[in-house]
Design a protein around this ligand. Sequence first.
Ligand SMILES: [Fe+2]
Length: 231
Amino acid sequence: MASHNTQSTRKLNVWEEQNYGLHGIHRVIRSSTQIVIETSPKMVGHSHLNHWLKYVETYIRLIGEHHRHEDEIFFPAFTSKGIDMSSYEEDHVDLHKILEAFTSDMKSLAKGNLSYDASFARRVEDYATRIKEFLFPHLAREEELATMEVWMRFSESEIADIKKKLTAMLQSEDPFTSLPFTLYHLTPEAREIMVYESMPWLVRRVLVPFLFVARHSGAWKFASEYRDGSV
Ligand SMILES: [Fe+2]
């Protein structure tokens, strides 16, 4: 049996926390992209199709929101430290074209103009594959760029400001979709560090488990860290 006590439980400092968060959300995007690619063909005629479509819809939403966080908070912060972020911004513009086409197909499906048959399933798979081909190298480039050396260029109060802006943006987003989606793709340890540590007790212990994850609970079963569903 693996011991749970051998790892250091040292709390991350504020710079390490930012770095951890970046890698963590990228892992969420990578694993969910893979899930969309692999699962979409299996859902034709499936009784959980509506749950699956909510999962896919949230997947698209999450990537859009993550890019908004980067475009509006992280990229300007990096630019202020003399780093040229223009190629990363251009990547987001290109990627959004794929996300828009994907969203438009999902809307046609919701309106009943298309049905989830083998051909639609292939479209979903194709979109997620295009996202993968484009986005995974982009995520890797961001991770190569955002080394601890770069994070350490920010003062503690600058990092606190980034965190404050990110928290405000996250709180302005729908708590019934991206939040549970993210939680169910994070390991318990990553949930703690990236989400729960900065949440008030009531939100973490009551609103998250009994309200926020509950509305679309069927959708989160597709997530990589769903396990028994407890958060
Ligand atoms: Fe990005």
